[in-house]
Design a binder for this molecule. Structure first.
Ligand code: AMP
Ligand code: MG
Length: 350
């Protein structure tokens, strides 16, 4: 299959292109598109064959449910068995935006889309191209991240093309995304609202709006696999670069010294080493490649560059990656969740 790649203005996408893209979704084909979090791989959410195509194109296990993207809150009533009061409150505060809500599913949503689960994940993305694609297609759009399963999520159209060219009908290239990590997932079917995946919207922001306690899924805090995460996707080894990756955590000068010491050792073994550093620290490292993720004080930039940097490590064919740790105040939990997974939870404390 030839994959058509169309550049679109991310603020005001071309009407004709969006109509074409919408028609493809309505015809049961797959179209990748930008959202504010990462690029998504879209198909008609209410058609089981479209879900099957998505799983096949990504090489994703079919027990890993897809998020249903909507452009209008009233569509929540279509996909949910009933809409909890909390969903309305959260939508008023955060939609369109990087928040996915889990609710009990209606009969209209095929179990292929929800990976066999009785619940459905729903999100209204905050991106003109994504919203216009949903409207033009006349469908609700099931969309996981538009990467091959196990690779870092795509934050630019070229990442999508690297992974999925020849496997999907179309890619809408709206330039680099704004946030760079996937949506926060909150499960509203639990007794207490539970965060299944940390993201840009923090538990504190959620509990402030809900006026009740929001808990974290114990399975995503656990450093080992004795406690399984509730979101099926969180149990897979995700975001993994090809090389082994180690996070070094501690006070800045000690971290730099440790990473340089480890780099020296690996290089005597003939390994090519990459270091993930910040604007402030990059000049202190002696590795083959030093990748700068952004200013330490700018946590939005760190989130935005994370996946692109993990992909670069693959392209540079390095044998070992050392990364500083990024326990930033607001979205540090979300950033570290991805980084720890990429590193298979290997952390050296100094
Ligand atoms: P992605 O679309 O690649 O960002 O992945 C979607 C994430 O949402 C995966 O981790 C899924 O396991 C999770 N997810 C989707 N639907 C549900 C659901 N009904 N219950 C729990 N987790 C879900
Ligand atoms: Mg994904």
């Amino acid at each position: 299959m030839d994959t058509i790649i169309e550049k679109v203005n991310p603020c005001q996408p071309d009407e004709k292109i969006m109509e074409q893209a919408g028609k493809r979704i309505a015809a049961g084909e797959l179209v990748a598109f930008p959202t504010e979090t990462v690029y998504g791989l879209g198909g008609d959410a209410l058609r089981p064959e479209a879900a099957a195509k998505i799983y096949a194109a990504k090489g994703r296990p079919s027990d890993n449910p897809l998020i249903v993207h909507i452009a209008d809150f009233s569509d929540m009533e279509r996909v949910a068995r009933e809409v909890p009061a909390q969903a309305k409150k959260l939508a008023d505060a955060f939609w369109p935006g990087p928040l996915t809500m889990i609710v009990w599913k209606s009969d209209e949503v095929p179990s292929a889309t929800t990976g066999g689960m009785d619940t459905v994940a729903v999100r209204m993305p905050n991106h003109p191209v994504a919203l216009e694609l949903i409207r033009k297609s006349g469908c609700l759009i099931a969309a996981p991240s538009a990467n091959t399963s196990g690779r870092p999520s795509p934050t630019e159209a070229k990442h999508v093309a690297e992974d999925l060219s020849g496997r999907i009908a179309m890619i809408l290239d709206g330039g680099p995304v704004g946030i760079g990590i996937e949506s926060t997932i909150i499960d509203l079917t639990e007794k207490k609202p539970m965060v299944l995946r940390p993201g840009y919207i923090t538990p504190k922001m959620l509990s402030d709006v809900l006026g009740q306690e929001v808990v974290m899924d114990p399975g995503i805090i656990a450093a080992d696999d004795t406690t399984k995460p509730k979101a099926p996707g969180m149990k897979y080894k995700h975001y993994a670069p090809k090389a082994d990756m180690v996070i070094v955590d501690g006070e800045e000068t000690a971290v730099i010294a440790k990473i340089n010491e480890l780099t020296k050792q690996r290089r005597t073994e003939g390994k090519k080493v990459a270091v993930i550093a910040t604007e402030e620290t990059r000049k202190h490292y002696h590795a083959d490649v030093v990748l700068c993720i952004g200013k330490r004080s700018d946590e939005d930039a760190i989130a935005q560059h994370l996946y692109q940097i993990l992909r670069e490590c693959d392209d540079l064919d390095v044998g070992e990656i050392y990364s500083e740790s990024f326990q930033t105040p607001r979205i540090g939990q979300a950033i570290m969740n991805r980084l720890l997974k990429a590193a298979g939870h290997t952390v050296i404390q100094v």
